[in-house]
Design a protein around this ligand. Structure first.
Ligand code: F0G
Length: 376
């Protein structure tokens, strides 16, 4: 295949809209270009006429949307001569940081809450050779420590407070508009630190030729002015886990708790930005219980063949509720982001299916009976 046809990642694809120069060494693993899947079976059960799409970010190289931000953050860190990156993480950021640091040949330090990250994510951080520092505290404590330690040691923070992260993540919005030929009416996302909802709004705004106060690069005088692709921006809707829902409480939450460990965050770093997104897009925040989150995860796997991790299913749990109630009206096009792959958290998946497995003797009659008894 000619080299020019090979997909080489989102910085290359959207180069004119990314903060890189012609000579920048790009640290890429071919991230982005994820499918926008139209749901076929779930909408029929709602009795509502909506176009419902899934942006399946679990198909990124390390299995989550974090790769979009990490390719840009690590590219910039390397361009600045940094030899080490650091992040606090509920798991996915640490997996992405570990992989992109390996690719770049630099060191990744990751602070994770002890016992509170999903198994797949821990495996990724470890196998890629990151220095894994477990803390006896939650993500918010880790984040505070990372900010302090970065002032005293030569490490670059690659959490989403690094504005280059959001520049990478904004490309998800570009891809959606490119795929649909327009912006959707509503975009629903799970919200933890609120970096991703901010990044999507930056992307949609840029493609609409409009500025947003949420963009550190725009801030009144866009550094990267580009012709508009579409005039429209979606309504942005952010869903949180009920035990970790500072945007619903209207203040920080000190002891966040949820089965969706990826969004077990009480002190979101992009607090101000996310409120800006809500106001500029005329959107809203809402919360989902752990039971609703797990039910949506199972529904997606059983009815559509799409496996995401619990935190990701929050977007679908919330969207289905708002479609049913009419808050998202009939005739709307809706995109839900599934932020991470289901294989990230095999423990929670298997726990949801206890008793669903048959064990029989290795013998034809027993297997045949098992089949005939379970035909639908
Ligand atoms: N979904 C998943 C699977 C995540 O891993 C995260 C964040 C979010 C949603 C929320 O995105 O923070 O931009 O609002 N995970 C971070 C981490 C905190 O450390 O991996 P957000």
């Amino acid at each position: 295949m000619p080299e020019s046809k090979r997909y080489t990642g989102l910085i290359e694809k959207y180069r004119a809209r990314m903060p890189v120069s012609a000579s920048t060494r790009l640290i890429s693993l071919g991230e982005g270009n994820t499918p926008l899947i139209r749901l076929e079976n779930i909408p029929a059960t709602l009795g509502k006429d909506v176009e419902l799409y899934i942006k399946y970010e679990g198909l990124n190289p390390t299995g989550s949307f974090k790769d979009r931000g990490m390719t840009m953050a690590v590219t910039q860190a390397v361009a600045e001569g940094s030899r080490a990156i650091i992040c606090a993480s509920t798991g996915n950021t640490s997996a992405a940081a570990a992989a992109y640091a390996a690719r770049a040949g630099i060191t990744a330090f990751v602070l994770i809450p002890e016992g509170k990250i999903a198994l797949g994510k821990l495996a990724q951080a470890m196998i890629h050779g990151a220095v894994v520092i477990q803390i006896r505290g939650n993500f918010d404590a880790g984040m505070a420590l990372v900010k302090e330690v970065a002032e005293q040691t030569p490490v670059t923070i690659v959490n989403s407070i690094n504005p280059y992260r959001l520049q990478g993540q904004k490309t998800a919005a570009f891809e959606i508009v490119d795929a649909l030929g327009r912006a959707p009416d509503f975009h629903c996302l799970p919200v933890g630190n609120a970096g991703n909802i901010t990044a999507h709004w930056i992307g949609y705004s840029e493609y609409a030729g409009q500025q947003t106060a949420a963009c550190a690069f725009c801030a009144g005088q866009c550094k990267y002015p580009h012709p508009a692709v579409t005039g429209k921006r979606p309504v942005m809707v952010g869903y949180q886990a009920a035990g970790a829902a500072p945007f619903l409480r209207g203040h920080m939450v000190d002891h966040p708790e949820t089965i969706a460990t990826a969004i077990r965050i009480g002190h979101p770093q992009s607090w101000e930005h996310a409120w800006t997104v809500q106001k500029e897009s005329a959107g809203w925040f809402d919360e989902c219980t752990d039971a609703e989150i797990l039910a949506a995860q199972k529904l997606l796997t059983e009815k559509e063949g799409i496996f995401c991790e619990p935190a990701s299913a929050t977007s679908v749990a919330g969207a289905l509720r708002d479609i049913r109630s009419g808050k998202i009206p009939q005739g709307s096009s809706v995109v839900c982001t599934l932020t991470g792959h289901g294989l990230k958290d095999p423990d929670t998946a298997i726990r949801q299916c206890q008793g669903d497995m048959l064990t029989v003797d290795a013998e034809l009659g027993a297997v045949k009976t098992a089949i005939l008894d379970n035909m639908t």
